[in-house]
Write a protein that binds this ligand. Sequence first.
Ligand code: NAI
Length: 328
Amino acid sequence: MKIAVFSSCEYDKEFLNRFNTGHDLTYYAVSLSEDTANLATGFDAICIFVNDQANAPVLNILNNLDIRLIVLRCAGFNNVDVAKANELGMRVVRVPAYAPEAVAEHAVALMMTLNRKTHKAYNRVREGNFSLERLTGFNLFGKKVAVIGTGLIGRALCRILKGFGCRIAAFDLYPNEELQKMGVVYDTLEDTLEGADVISLHCPLTEDTKHLINKRTLQLFKPGAMLINTSRGGLIDTKDVIQALKSGQIGYLGLDVYEQEGDLFFQNRSEDVIQDELITRLISFPNVLITSHQGFFTKEALEEIARISFANVDAFLQGTPLVNEVVI
Ligand code: NAI
């Protein structure tokens, strides 16, 4: 099958080439948009990632080019208008669970770095500054952590946090029995947030969860709480979060995702003047730590993404059930 791979980096090429089951791959560094969709001319399928836009206008272009399969090399599919794709007869497949532990472990890395300020200590010591002033952290042991969304990643996080001795409160539309047996307490969103020392977001971005963290819900936070988002940027109203950082309502913010990340993340923009004033404001806070969507980024996850993506393509070609199909 001829597949156009959008938003491809060197590591995509390395892992996709290694696990390729015989397909003809062409790599494009650019992301998929209305401006670039025509690059799929002459291909049978496209392979895309989190910041490629497969909205209705893009899907119409792809449909005219006879693209029949959209291969998402990620779990989230909020960037694809799945209903439109289905209406046009295009199949959409994804990799539902390639790295739950990787993302959960990254969420913990953000928590622990913000808490114990190891990123600051590293720089200080390199400059011969061995002072401990303003490096005070807190014990995670005994603290209340609110986990919003207890699917594969949320569950992996709960298991890790149990080891730290945290009290875990959770909110999900479908409480998980395994976690309940482990002592995780499910509650309403409001009660889950209330009194939490750390809040970690792990639900998908949908119409219901867009700006789940906003002016109203931020008021429920314990003053000085830590907010971690490794899920999707749109879960947070960034402007409201900036206000909460300024007032001290949020004491620490760890982000691996950002609402407008499409123009920035996965690119080297170090020589550019960044025009996005929300991210530059966020970066300016001493208690904000941002990574550019690297939660999934482990060797194991890249292998799994490549392996499952080709299994999805092969199933499509062979007409066997598309177990990882996204249908609305
Ligand atoms: P999952 O589908 O296993 O779990 C999602 C959970 O959220 C489910 O339990 C579901 O019931 C719950 N949920 C759905 N709507 C909800 C709502 N309105 N309120 C509360 N809970 C709700 O997904 P998984 O694998 O745990 O991934 C979670 C998210 O993490 C993905 O949607 C994706 O956006 C993000 N992600 C981030 C990565 C990164 O590198 N930073 C990598 C992979 C995923």
